[in-house]
Design a protein. Structure first.
Length: 532
């Protein structure tokens, strides 16, 4: 008994001793250039102060838009797929964590019936040539994590889990922006359509005036033809706008996870373009790295890949394992191999004399691999360096997207003021030209020019006003706003999780942990314990 305890203690001590180091590089987040200030921060519209962008769409004060985004969050299928991939990453992390423990623990049993030829060499006369064997055994094998291969696997699994969460957040940022963009687009199209119909009425009235004057012989038929030409051009614009409006509604419906025909009742009657606030809080550039999920995604992929270098490098070194088996064996042979009575029966299987066991350490070392291991390390290192460049490029592109969106928003906002001034002048020109034409003071060309300017000016004003709203949406998207409001909520709807529970035992993997909801730049220690 003392000997057995000594051996067991030695095995435990050896296991602890042989899990001390981890080869491969330890991950350090690369330094990347960060903008210190926004190029347009001197504008009175831009406020470089911390802002809560978790529900940025509420700045438009549009209840319909708020409802649409909440519906999209609940029902969008691309977002749901991303949420289910987080569950998959949790399960994969569980596999990696399980590898840290004894990798094989098997209970097995067998029964074999033996028939031995009596004509073989060294056969004993009188021996039992026909008998059965029964075995019950427990086998275990534990490759010790001497070089940190399995711990690096857990690091890689954690990186992949973080990356899947960042991907979910990135899709959520894009989703909220796309819902707002399509909503702003369709409201803009509704306004353009209404203006086109108003101009059709004005031009129909002008055509009637031209026809009256032609009938009275005051003008030639040229005035009537010109009036019909302008009217036809404006009327032709209406079907095109109607088609674009329907397409915008269809796109919005798909974002909400509903059929295209079901979106109209959610939108209600045609509305106005959401009003843009006078000031926009964009925060400081340093917040960009912590806020944008695509940057976190690139960085977490980088962390996971760093660990894979260590996994590959561990294969350069010998593998130490502890192997063991204990079991019961009995036979129904009535005569021993020496030809003497004293065989056993199956009823002896549970006897202490039927116990057999073996255990001990094992070592294996893939010495001659013709460069396969070293080249696999180089492959992982090259992938890591690619991801470093991808991370740096993601940061640079993020800064560019913010600057592009801000400057576009500011300049279009200025353009709206000039266009509004131009439209007022065009309306006055149409009014005066029609009066003068009726009195015979000007020809119809003046009326035609004035109405064309009004039609184009009004359409341009509405389009630009809509684009200002879309530019502000782009600003919030570029700043990484929109994912924060999911914090505290689950990634997968409860009804979907229930369907998965009905098919498979998911244990506690359907429940989020605190490891998945820290600040984006916080290092997360530890991992999930194996889910048995």
């Amino acid at each position: 008994m003392e000997k057995c305890c000594f051996v067991s203690g030695s095995i435990i001590s050896l296991a602890v001793l042989l899990t001390g180091c981890a080869v491969g590089p330890n991950y350090i987040r690369p330094e990347t250039p960060e903008p210190q200030r926004w190029i347009e921060e001197e504008s009175p519209v831009i406020k470089s102060e911390s802002a809560d962008l978790g529900q940025w769409w509420t700045v438009f004060n549009d209840p319909v838009l708020n409802t649409l985004i909440e519906t999209a969050y609940q029902q969008n299928l691309s977002l749901r797929i991303a949420g289910i991939r987080i569950l998959e990453s949790r399960a994969r992390l569980g596999i990696a964590t399980g590898n840290l423990y004894p990798q094989m623990q098997e209970v097995g049993g067998s029964f074999t019936s033996q028939g031995i030829s009596k004509n073989t060499a060294n056969s004993q006369p009188g021996a039992d040539f026909y008998y059965g064997n029964a075995d019950l055994a427990f086998d275990a094998a534990w490759e010790l994590d001497f070089w940190g291969k399995f711990r690096r696997g857990i690091e890689a699994g954690l990186g992949d889990l973080d990356a899947s969460i960042a991907n979910y957040d990135d899709i959520l940022v894009t989703l909220t922006a796309e819902v707002a963009r399509n909503y702003g687009l369709l409201r803009t199209l509704e306004q353009r359509l209404a203006i086109a119909k108003e101009n059709v009425k004005i031009q129909e009235s002008s055509l009637r005036i031209a026809e009256v004057r032609f009938d009275s012989g005051d003008v030639t038929e040229l005035d009537v033809a010109q009036a019909k030409t302008l009217l036809g051009e404006t009327q032709a614009l209406i079907p095109s706008l109607q088609a674009s409006l329907r397409q915008a509604k269809n796109a919005l419906a798909i974002l909400l996870g509903i059929l295209p025909g079901d979106i109209d009742k959610m939108l209600g009657k045609p509305g106005t373009i959401p009003v843009v606030s006078a000031e926009v809080a964009v925060g400081v550039p340093a917040e960009l790295l912590r806020r944008r999920p695509d940057i976190r995604l690139a960085e977490r992929q980088l962390a996971g890949q760093c660990a894979r270098i260590g996994i590959a490098k561990a294969n350069l070194y010998p593998h130490f394992s502890l192997l063991g088996t204990i079991g019961l064996r009995a036979s129904d042979a009535a005569i021993t191999a020496a030809g003497f009575p004293g065989g056993s029966s199956f009823s002896d299987l549970w006897d202490s004399d039927s116990v057999n066991y073996s255990f001990g350490p094992s070592i294996s070392w893939n010495i001659f691999n013709y460069g396969r291991i070293r080249n696999s390390i180089r492959v992982q290192d090259a992938r890591f360096q690619e991801l470093v460049a991808n991370y740096e490029n993601t940061v640079l592109k993020a800064a560019q997207e913010v600057e592009d969106a801000i400057v576009s928003f500011l300049r279009r906002k200025e353009a709206v003021k000039y266009l509004a001034y131009s439209v007022e002048g065009a309306k006055r020109s149409v009014y005066l030209s029609l009066i003068q034409y009726q009195e015979g003071l000007v020809d119809y060309q003046r009326v035609l020019d004035a109405q064309q300017s009004q039609s184009k000016g009004q359409d341009s004003l509405v389009s630009t006003t809509g684009n200002v709203m879309l530019d502000l949406v782009a600003v919030y998207k570029a700043l990484g706003g929109g994912w924060q409001f999911r914090v505290g909520k689950d990634f997968v709807p409860e009804e979907i999780k229930q369907q998965m529970r009905n098919r498979t035992n998911w244990g506690n993997l359907l429940i989020p942990t605190k490891l998945e909801t820290p600040p984006p730049d916080e290092v997360k220690p530890g991992w999930r314990s194996p889910d048995w």
